[in-house]
Each structure stands twice: as C-alpha cells, then as structure tokens.
Design a protein around this ligand. Structure first.
Ligand code: ADP
Ligand code: MG
Length: 386
C-alpha cells in the first residue's frame, strides 16, 4: 500500500530537522461527538466519530535517552538534552501532550526510550475536536509499536486518559481517545463508558444526502476553567444523594423521584445527563434503522438540554445552532465540553452554502469574531501510515 499524500513530506522534513530518517509515521484523528455530552464521566453512553482531520507523527527511537520534539505549528518544539524530563511540574506548552503519554507509559512500568518526534496536525486546536487526543493517540501508537510494549487498545485508552488527567491536568474521560483509536470510515463509535465496550454504528451522512458541518465559534473553551469541574462535582453529588454508583444508573423514569430529592439546579444537571444518555440510545437505534435523516430532532433536543439544564452553552454556540437550523440544517447542537468551541449542524447538501453564509452573516451582525465552518466525515481511526 502506498502511504497517503503528505507522508513523504513529513518524512523528508523529519530527515531535514533531525538528520536521520524516522522509524515510521503514525496518524490519529480528532473526533466530533455526534451526541452524548457530559455523559462519559457519568459512566454513560457517547457516540463520537473519528474525523478526517488528523495528527501525524514521524518518530525515531534514539540510542540514548534524549527527547527531541518539534511541531510544524510554528516550530515551538522543545529540545531537551537531558534524559526524560517527564515531570508534570516542568512540562510546558504543547509538549505536555507527548510528554504526558511517555510519562503515563513510564507509570505503567514501560521503559521510555529517547526519541525524535515531528508532529504535524490539521485538527483545529481548542475547537472541541480533540486536537490533544489526536496527538496523544498518534504517539502512543508509535511508541507501543516501536518498543514492543504490547498495549491493547483498552490500555492505550487508559494511558492517554492518565496523561491528560495527571500530567496535562485536564479532567477528561475516555471518549476522545476511544473515538480516535477505534473509529472507522462511515461509522460512529457507540461507546459505553462504564466498561469501554464499543459498537460501530453506520453513520454515512453523505450517502444520505447530508453533510456534517462543524461551526467553530472561536470562543476558546478551557477544561481548566471552573465550569467543567463544577458540572462534574454536581453529578457526583447527585449520584451520592440518589444512592447510585453513577448517574448512568438513573433512568428517565426515575427523574420524577429524583426531583424531590435534589435542589433545582442539581436536578437540572441530572435531567440533562439522564435524558442525554437516553438520546444516545435512541440515536443509535435510528442510525441502525432509518439512517442519519432520522436523528435531527435528537440533536436539537440535546442542544436544548445543554443550554437550559446543564447550562454549558454560550451565546455564540446558541446563535450558530439557531442560525444553522433556520438555514435548513435538520438538526444542530453544540459539541464538546461546552463554554465555547464548536457546534455541529447536520445539513442537507443543498443547504450547505446557505447555512455557511447565514452563520457568517449572523456572527458579523452580532459583533462576534468570524466563525470557521468546515465539513467533517466519519473517517478511519488511528493507524500506521508508513
Ligand atoms: P482540543 O483538544 O479540544 O483541541 P485542548 O486544549 O485539549 O483542546 O488541546 C489543544 C492543545 O493541543 C493546544 O493548545 C496545543 O498545546 C496542542 N496542540 C494541538 N495541535 C497541535 C499542533 N499541531 N502542534 C502542537 N501542539 C498542538
Ligand atoms: Mg483536548
């Protein structure tokens, strides 16, 4: 098989900067979450898919313990002469992500080798498409293979979570890396976050005459901000009060009783999680039956629930969603952790241009920064390219 376009360029760039050929090139995609938001850490269901935007790493093991890392996104790489600076306290900038992976491997007792690494990615940063896990998954795949560590996909999922949680300091779950590692073309990844079990579900929007548009509002989201942590804390508290291991164990039918046990705000948080889990299950059923044309109303309901009950939307996301719907999208919702980032709009191919221009105009009128709108397709998961 010929390596895909761009691989050769990455190889030769690697040779230029590091003076030797890489041992290989690995690729991992970003992801879009079709539905199932803030359900992951409640041990519930999510339905992301791997997208056709990827991080690629060229990697060479070194005979010594030196780590040298460069990214094409401005050559802001760090070059370390000393052995293994795998210390969360000193790691800075984007190298936290690759270093975090190496650190997580070391924590598992895997001897971390010295290496040269060149990263190139076209996953938009900080847009809620998980550019960070794309990097981490590409690297863990490379290191797993080059060192013969023999990690399973489940192991890699947990190791990259450890990297994000304990090294980078982002309290993320297992959704992003599961989508990146397990995704497939024309498929969404139905993931049960309790036991990591996965079922690939047909999601070929384009075959159904639809395009999936991402509307990046350019409002920066940050997991480090208080909102995400506060939502997690509410969910944990509610699970305690309701006497369940996680909100996954609360069903739609239990909501009435829950309302009597929780304060209003906490109840609204719970209602989002519980109904969102249910919407994921319904979406899966529809995709396996009627196809993507049938899921619009569930996307809309998901957005309303995040806006009104979970309160993680923002005016820019609401405007993107409302404008896309008015312009012909059959369903739209914010995606990702919230407080900024991107919305998705499932749009008939014939309405794409209208949605694009309407959203651009609406943002200009509101005085918001120009959003970026682009198509994504459910694409292959992480793999070796060359
Ligand atoms: P998201 O994962 O939603 O895109 P994060 O804040 O988790 O947002 O990750 C974004 C960070 O990932 C960036 O700030 C940067 O440190 C790193 N990153 C993403 N793409 C690249 C790249 N091409 N080169 C170097 N670092 C990158
Ligand atoms: Mg991220």
């Amino acid at each position: 098989m010929n390596p895909p376009p761009g691989t050769k360029e990455l190889r030769s760039r690697f040779k230029e900067v590091f003076g030797a050929a890489p041992d290989g090139v690995w690729q991992a995609p970003g992801r879009v979450n079709l539905i199932g938001e803030h359900t992951d850490y409640n041990e519930g269901f999510v339905l992301p898919f791997a997208i056709d935007r990827t991080a690629r790493v060229a990697v060479r093991l070194r005979p010594d313990s030196t780590l040298r890392m460069l990214s094409t996104f401005g050559n802001q790489g760090l070059t370390t002469a000393d052995a293994c600076v795998l210390d969360p306290a000193t790691a800075r900038g984007w190298t936290k992500y690759p270093l975090g992976v190496l650190w997580a491997l070391e924590q598992r007792g895997i001897a971390v080798p010295g290496l040269d690494l060149l990263l190139d990615s076209d996953v938009p940063r900080g847009a809620g498409l998980s550019s960070s896990h794309a990097i981490e998954c590409a690297i863990i795949l490379a290191v797993n293979e080059l060192t013969g560590a023999g990690l399973s996909v489940e192991d890699m999922v947990l190791a990259t979570q450890r990297a994000e949680n304990d090294f980078v300091g982002a309290p993320t779950g297992i959704m992003d890396q599961s989508a990146s590692l397990r995704g497939a073309a024309g498929r969404a990844v139905f993931l049960d976050c309790r036991d990591q079990s996965v079922r690939l579900v047909p999601f070929d929007a384009e075959a159904a005459g639809l395009v999936l548009l991402v509307i990046d509002t350019k409002v920066s989201h940050s997991h480090a901000g208080g909102g995400y942590a506060a939502r997690r804390a509410s969910c944990e508290l509610a699970a305690d009060v309701l006497g369940v291991r996680a909100l996954r164990d609360v069903g739609v039918r239990d909501l009435e009783e829950a309302a009597g046990l929780l304060d209003t705000e906490t109840f609204h948080r719970v209602r989002h999680v519980v109904t969102e889990n249910d919407r994921v299950l319904q979406t899966v059923e529809l995709l396996e039956g009627d196809g993507p044309q049938a899921i619009g109303a569930l996307l809309d309901a998901s957005h309303a629930s995040m806006r009104d009950d979970f309160e993680i939307s923002c005016p820019e996301l609401d405007l993107a969603v409302d404008t896309a719907r008015a312009g012909g999208a059959i369903g739209a919702r914010m995606t990702g952790g919230g407080f900024g980032g991107a919305a998705i709009a499932l749009t008939p191919a014939g309405a794409e241009q209208r949605v694009r221009s309407d959203v651009g105009r609406a943002f200009a009128r509101a005085g918001y920064a120009a959003p970026e709108v682009f198509r994504v397709r459910p694409a292959a998961g992480a793999r070796r390219l060359d």
